[in-house]
Design a protein around this ligand. Structure first.
Ligand SMILES: [Zn+2]
Length: 258
């Protein structure tokens, strides 16, 4: 498969996955099933037909309005779909047809969903965090079997445990500083970034705190918040991890393409 074909396929997959992430982002915090019933307009409750359920395209064709009641549909839905497609294209460009590609597609999708939920609710649902963790671990173990580079897996396990321990201690010292959702998320970040190497972990960790601190200061300066307003730290952690995955050091030296 050529890289162009792979990138295109991942982009289309991203649109479909983004559509599913919308369901997760909306329903999981509301404790609703993500399987049934099918999606409906939040205003009039009319189920959304298949032809109106195409990612991004349907929203554009309907000019952002429900076909039944005409009330606006949030642009968040097409934005999440487009963002997922863009993230998937980025991962495909970065990894190519590498054994680790599926793991990082899952990881960026999970991080996007968790960041959106955290911004909206200031929570990181444990069901989502553990599902992403399980998938990333299984897929990276499989990738390691293919590459034969077991050092990556050792680093992943070590950084997962270390990052978790650090956040666990901070959470015990002051749970307002760091919620337990962030402690659980550290397992995912440590494993996924640790597999890429020490530099990726450092970029992810310091990137997240830099983005978080800059946002906090900007909000205080803009008088949109004060020091006691909780910030979605999980979303900053997710952003930092994305920066590390995309802008981190090239990993091709330790990877054997198949
Ligand atoms: Zn409607």
């Amino acid at each position: 498969m050529t890289l162009g074909l792979l990138v295109g396929a991942c982009g289309l997959l991203g649109l479909a996955v983004g559509s599913f992430l919308n369901v997760v982002i909306y329903r999981v915090p509301r404790h609703e099933s993500i399987v049934a019933p099918r999606s409906a307009c939040p205003d009039c409750g009319t189920p959304i037909s298949n032809r109106d359920n195409l990612p991004v395209l349907s929203w554009l064709l309907l000019k952002g309005r429900c076909r039944s009641c005409g009330l606006p549909i949030s642009p968040r839905y097409p934005l999440v779909e487009a963002a997922t497609a863009a993230l998937f294209v980025g991962v495909a460009v970065r990894f190519g047809a590498h054994a680790a590609l599926p793991a990082y597609l899952v990881m960026v999708a999970g991080l996007l969903a968790l960041a959106c939920i955290d911004v909206e609710t200031r929570l990181l649902p444990r069901r989502v965090v553990y599902l992403v963790l399980a998938l990333v671990v299984v897929l990276l173990v499989a990738a390691t079997v293919v590459t034969g580079h077991w050092r990556s897996l050792e680093l992943a396990a070590a950084f997962s445990a270390g990052w978790y321990a650090l956040f666990f201690v901070i959470n015990r010292l002051d749970s307002r500083l760091l919620g337990f959702g962030d402690v659980r998320l550290a397992l995912v970040l440590g494993f996924g970034l640790g597999w890429l190497g020490v530099a990726a972990v450092l970029i992810g960790f310091f990137g997240a705190n830099l983005i978080g601190a800059a946002t906090g200061v900007a909000l205080i300066v803009a008088k949109r918040s004060n020091r006691s307003t909780p910030l979605p730290y999980g979303a900053f952690l997710a952003l930092g991890a994305l920066v590390a995955i995309y802008a981190g050091p090239t990993i091709h030296l330790q990877l054997r393409s198949f």
